[in-house]
Ligand binder design. Structure first.
Ligand SMILES: [Zn+2]
Length: 272
């Protein structure tokens, strides 16, 4: 037991192990709400998710709703849902590139959804539309002008949101903040290249990575911990698994703090 990460005195891991909390808030910048037809999710509605998030010490979950991404739910309804957990939930406005009229309406309402709407979610591979296509342009321009984040689903070798496409898009819209969900999973060199060749507007988001040995260390080395963001894809993955994955990575505690909260506060402020 003495070699365990939680056996190290005065460490973040030990505090978390003993109390369930660290001495800082955790921001989960990649979540979802709602059931999904293909998988049983025990906690996928705001009330049950809220209990779980609070137990894990998460201050805000930023999510997109499954039904807004894949179905007919409108972002206006998602905004109403956020109001049931106003301290905890923040939303990415879900963008379906096949509904330009909805995109126009949602951009017009964006300001009215403050403080809950904090950015946008692109799921280009699932919608089978490249991020550099015309369909995304109105949102990219809007985010660029207002310096807003866009959480992109990215994956190594994907058809519509791989590192080559996103590098060009992030260079074209330097004002927008690009959160690269899953950090171009598997294309780790590409992920590093995108951060290095863009003007400070790209962050790599860690969903699915804490289960992979050595990758957090590799990304910290490649781009620095100030470019990494914590996220889980809750309810697809679990807070505790992801937090444990970061705490057990071989990086120093300053890096962990950057990942769990400092980078998010740099982007959104301390009270958002
Ligand atoms: Zn996701």
């Amino acid at each position: 037991m003495t070699n365990s990460i939680w056996g190290k005195d005065h460490s973040i891991a030990q505090a978390y192990w003993r109390t369930g909390y660290a001495d800082f808030p955790i921001y989960d910048l990649h979540g979802h709400v709602g059931a999904h037809y293909a998988i049983y999710m025990k906690r996928c509605e705001p009330d049950t998710m809220a209990c779980h998030l609070r137990r894990a010490g998460v201050k805000h979950l930023v999510f997109s709703h499954h039904e807004a991404l894949f179905g007919n739910m409108r972002n206006e309804q998602v905004y109403q849902l956020c109001r049931s957990q106003p301290d905890l939930l923040r939303m990415y406005v879900a963008i379906n590139p096949h509904y330009p009229e909805r995109i126009r309406e949602d951009l017009a309402k964006f300001d009215a959804w403050a403080p809950f709407a904090v950015g946008f979610k692109f799921l280009a591979d699932y919608h089978n539309e490249r991020v550099d296509s015309k369909a995304y342009e109105p949102v990219l321009k809007f985010a660029n002008e207002r310096k807003l984040p866009i959480l992109n689903h990215t994956w190594g070798g994907s058809c519509c949101s791989n590192s080559t496409i996103l590098l060009a898009v992030a260079q074209k819209y330097p004002g927008a903040k690009f959160f690269m969900g899953h950090s171009f999973f598997g294309d780790w060199d590409g992920a590093v290249k995108v951060v290095r060749e863009t003007p400070g507007n790209v962050w790599l988001e860690l969903t699915a990575i804490p289960g992979e040995s050595g990758i957090i260390e590799r990304l910290v080395q490649g781009v620095g911990s100030t470019r990494l963001l914590f996220g889980t894809d809750l309810p697809w993955f679990d807070e505790f698994q992801a937090i444990g994955g970061v705490l057990s990575a071989k990086i120093d505690e300053e890096d962990m703090r950057n990942i769990f909260y400092r980078n998010a506060e740099q982007i959104f402020g301390e009270n958002w």
